[in-house]
Every structure is written in structure tokens, then in C-alpha cells.
Design a binder for this molecule. Structure first.
Ligand code: HEM
Length: 460
């Protein structure tokens, strides 16, 4: 447990909030806001109401904060809901037939078969790898620790390096920047929805589709080359990694394993789904801790008392309650996956509202996590909500990783990496925001801070 004295004296910081767009929106205004910052569309009512129903680009939209309604969609009747045509259009070129976009029997087969790569044993690989990469990164940070620093490159390098080594036993120093460029370009140019993505029926290709496919092919070819290189390394050239676990994995029902292209799509999916989301969790935590020196010192003290070496990191990660609470609270206030959207296939009832085929149903962790009915002082950054002994949030009011059968398969991966990254960094250095710029949470694909602040980094 963190020491009681520190707990009493934590700073209580107000979390940054987005600038809202005012009044009713025309369709073009709404589209523009969706391309700039989806969070700007959630006015005060969203954080008070339970369920809101209205038109959405020719479809009916049911937006719910009701835990029973959320359970209905994600847990009790998930087979009635699919991802939207816009989601498929935007993500398919990059994720191929991987787990995130698969449906029905194909999804069941993949989820069963992938399970061994995400067991606690596999997370020991992730913990060890994260600790090894942190050794390098923290040494580098301390050597450069003067003046203003943009920590995002370090955090992104960490996430790519951990993914590359944990999955393929491959150091990413050369490949990492190329990999990042491929998916950053895609996210920047094609990640936000175009009118055609939302307005055209699923069967009609939109004008953005061709370019997306071309760009997506480059990305998938790059990942395929990594999978092939790793395959050639065989067992001798590598230590046990997630590639081994996935290449060996067999569907417990049919005995079938993954073909090479299927492995490619799974790894492409993991990198896209896991990289930016985890990096942003660490960045948001740093931003809040940099403004809360007493809390930061308490995190540093907790980390100093643990063995965070690669050999012991897997044991230590479960014994960092304050650091983990900081991660949980960062995911509450700045959920990287801010919105979960589905389209109904058949009739249903959600939160007392009739749902018809083709209706859009959405659940926004962004809103849910700041909702006035579920949280005291919803916009205050207060990790003690998540410390052992605190009352757990009500079911389906806190869900940074989603819920039900399609809950994030990489949640433990992300939590392990983020907790170790924060503990290890703050054990060695003290962070302060250089000048107190106003930061706005912005979400188009994930929730990021704008601008990304500079940090003053000093050795402890
Ligand atoms: C802080 C980091 C992360 C956050 C906030 C996050 C969030 C989420 C959420 C909310 C979903 C459910 C989406 C839905 O129901 O529509 C999801 C699904 C998924 N996530 Fe994550 N994720 C994170 C990290 C990761 C990592 C590290 C990986 C892989 C190593 C990963 C792989 C996936 C996959 C494959 C799915 C689809 C699962 C399925 O449909 O069966 N995520 N994630």
C-alpha cells in the first residue's frame, strides 16, 4: 500500500476538457467536428442524461450511458450488433482479416486460437521485454535530461520496441520509424471519416477506398516481411515470444492453426490497436503527474521499493498499487478508445428504447467515465478511487477496454507496459510541465492532448 501520509496530501487536479461546439449542428458542421475533435460534440447533457435518441446521417442513433443498456449490447446480445460500415472502410485496409474486424464463426475461431498468446504466462514475456526496453530508454533520458523535452518520441519508441521484441524477438531500432511512418500517414490522411464513409451503403466503395487500399497494402506487406523474417529465424534464433505462441496455437475445437497471412493480419491488428492507445495512456499519466509533484513523489517512492529488473518485472507489476491506480485514473479521464459504435442487425430493446435493424448504438467511455451520476467530482484526477480498498466503480460505468466477448484482448498487455513505464521512469527522473499551456483532449481515432506539452526532466 502507498503510505498514508502521501495519500492525504495528493493534489486534486481538474482534468483538461475539450472546447465544445455550440448549438444544433448541420450535417456538414457535424462532419467537420467529427474530423477535428469528436469530443467537442458531447455537451453537458450527455454527462447527465441516461440515453439520447436522435437522427445520425439518415440513420437513427441510440446513445446510451445506461449500464443495463450497455450490458444488453455488449454482453447479453452482442451477436445482434456489428461494427459500422464506416469502421470497416477505415480500418479494413490496415487490419485485414484480423481479430478486430472479424465476425461470426471466423471471430470465434480467432479469439479461441489467440487466447494462449494473452495468458498470464505470455504477460511475463511482455513484462520482461518492457523492462529491458525501459533500461535503454531511461538511460537515454537521464543522459539528455536537461531543458525542455518532448517525451512522446520516447513513449512511442517504447511501445513499438516492446511490441516488436515481445512479438518477434526483433529489435525495432531500424524498422520502428518505418513502421510508425506507415501507420501515422494512414491515421493522419485516412483515419478520420469522409462524408462518403458515413453516407454510402456498405456495398458501395467510396472514393477514399482505393487510396486507403493502396496505402494499406504497403503496411500489410511490411508486417508480412517481419513475420517471414521471424519465421526464418526458427526456434534457435529467437527466444520464446508471442510469435511462437501464435504460430503454435491451434483452435481447441478444429485443431486448425493460423496461415502466414492470417498471422500477418493479427500482428497488424495488435500493433494498430495497441501501440498508440498504450503510448497515450502513459503520456496522459505523465501530463497529470507532472502537475502533481507530491503524487509523483509517492509513485517514485513506491517504484523505488520494487525490483523492476527484466528478471523480476513480471512479479513487481502486480505490486505497484499506486502506479496502477494512476494508470486506471488516466484511462478513466482520457480513454484512448473514446467511443464504441455498433449497428443493429435485428430488432432489440436497449435502455427502454426500441432498436431497429440499421440503427446505430453508441457507448462512449469518454462520457461514461465523466458522467455525473456515476462519479463523485467526475472531472478531478484522483487515483485514490482505484486504490485497493476503494469502492469499485459500478459495473459498466468504467470500461476503457470495452466489455463482453469483444473486450480488448490486449488489456493486460497494455496495463503491464503502462504501469512499468510510469514506475520505472519516475523512479529515475522528476517531471514538470515546462510552461503551463492549456491542453485540450482531442479525439478522432484516439484521445490525445493538444498541444503535446514539453516536460522538464531532472534526475532524482
Ligand atoms: C490502453 C491501451 C488499450 C485500450 C484503451 C484498448 C481499448 C480497446 C477497446 C475499448 C476495445 C473494444 C472495442 C469494441 O468493443 O468495439 C478493444 C479491442 C481490441 N483490442 Fe484493445 N486497447 C488497448 C490496447 C491493446 C493492445 C496492447 C492490443 C494488442 C496487443 C489490443 C488489441 C485489441 C484487439 C485485437 C481488439 C479486438 C478484440 C475483439 O474484437 O475480439 N488492444 N481495445
Amino acid at each position: 500500500m502507498p503510505d498514508a501520509e502521501a495519500l492525504d496530501t495528493f493534489e486534486r487536479l481538474e482534468a483538461p476538457a475539450p472546447t465544445l461546439v455550440e448549438g444544433p449542428q448541420t450535417r456538414p458542421e457535424m462532419l467537420l467536428a467529427m474530423r477535428r475533435n469528436v469530443l467537442s460534440l458531447y455537451g453537458p447533457d450527455a454527462f447527465r442524461e441516461t440515453t439520447m435518441v436522435g437522427p445520425f446521417f439518415g440513420q437513427r442513433s441510440v446513445f446510451t450511458n445506461d449500464p443495463a443498456g450497455i450490458k444488453r449490447v455488449l454482453v447479453d446480445n452482442p451477436g445482434n450488433y456489428t461494427r459500422t460500415p464506416a469502421t470497416f472502410r477505415i480500418l479494413r485496409p490496415m487490419l485485414g482479416e484480423g481479430l478486430f474486424l472479424s465476425e461470426g464463426e471466423q471471430w470465434k475461431f480467432q479469439r479461441r486460437t489467440l487466447a494462449p498468446a494473452f495468458t498470464p504466462r505470455a504477460m511475463r514475456i511482455v513484462a520482461r521485454t518492457t523492462a529491458e526496453v525501459l533500461d535503454q530508454e531511461v538511460r537515454r533520458l537521464k543522459a539528455e535530461a536537461v531543458g525542455a523535452h518532448d517525451l512522446m518520441p520516447m513513449i512511442q519508441r517504447l511501445a513499438i520496441e516492446v511490441a516488436g521484441r515481445a512479438m518477434f524477438s526483433t529489435a525495432m531500432d531500424r524498422r520502428g520509424p518505418q513502421l510508425r511512418k506507415l501507420f501515422e500517414t494512414y491515421g493522419r490522411d485516412y483515419g478520420a471519416p469522409y462524408p462518403s464513409d458515413i453516407l454510402l451503403p456498405a456495398s458501395v466503395p467510396g472514393p477514399a477506398e482505393l487510396i486507403r487500399r493502396r496505402q494499406g497494402r504497403r503496411w500489410l506487406d511490411f508486417i508480412k516481411a517481419m513475420v517471414e523474417t521471424r519465421k526464418r529465424m526458427g526456434r534457435e534464433g529467437a527466444r520464446r515470444d508471442l510469435f511462437d505462441l501464435m504460430a503454435d496455437a491451434r483452435d481447441p475445437e478444429s485443431g486448425r492453426g493460423f496461415e502466414l497471412d492470417e498471422l500477418r493480419d493479427q500482428f497488424a491488428t495488435f500493433i494498430i490497436a495497441g501501440h498508440e492507445t498504450t503510448a497515450l495512456t502513459v503520456l496522459w499519466a505523465f501530463i497529470m503527474l507532472a502537475r502533481a509533484p507530491r503524487l509523483q513523489d509517492a509513485v517514485a517512492r513506491e517504484a523505488a521499493a520494487r525490483d523492476l529488473s527484466p528478471e523480476r518485472a513480471a512479479d513487481a507489476v502486480g505490486d505497484l498499487p499506486l502506479t496502477r491506480a494512476v494508470v486506471d485514473e488516466s484511462l478513466r479521464l482520457f480513454p484512448p478508445a473514446f467511443l464504441i459504435v455498433r449497428e443493429a442487425k435485428a430488432e432489440d430493446e436497449v435502455a427502454g428504447e426500441k432498436v431497429s435493424p440499421g440503427d446505430i448504438v453508441s457507448i462512449a467511455p469518454w462520457v461514461l467515465h465523466r458522467h455525473q451520476a456515476y462519479w463523485s467530482h467526475p472531472t478531478v484526477f484522483d487515483p485514490s478511487r482505484f486504490l485497493p480498498g476503494a469502492t469499485a466503480p459500478a459495473k459498466y460505468t468504467y470500461m476503457p477496454f470495452g466489455a463482453g466477448p469483444r473486450v480488448c484482448i490486449g488489456a493486460q498487455f497494455a496495463l503491464t507496459e503502462a504501469t512499468l513505464a510510469i514506475a520505472r521512469t519516475l523512479r529515475e527522473v522528476r517531471l514538470r510541465v515546462v510552461d503551463d499551456v492549456e491542453i485540450e483532449p482531442v479525439a478522432v481515432v484516439t484521445t490525445y492532448p493538444s498541444p503535446i506539452p514539453q516536460f522538464e526532466v531532472r534526475r532524482r
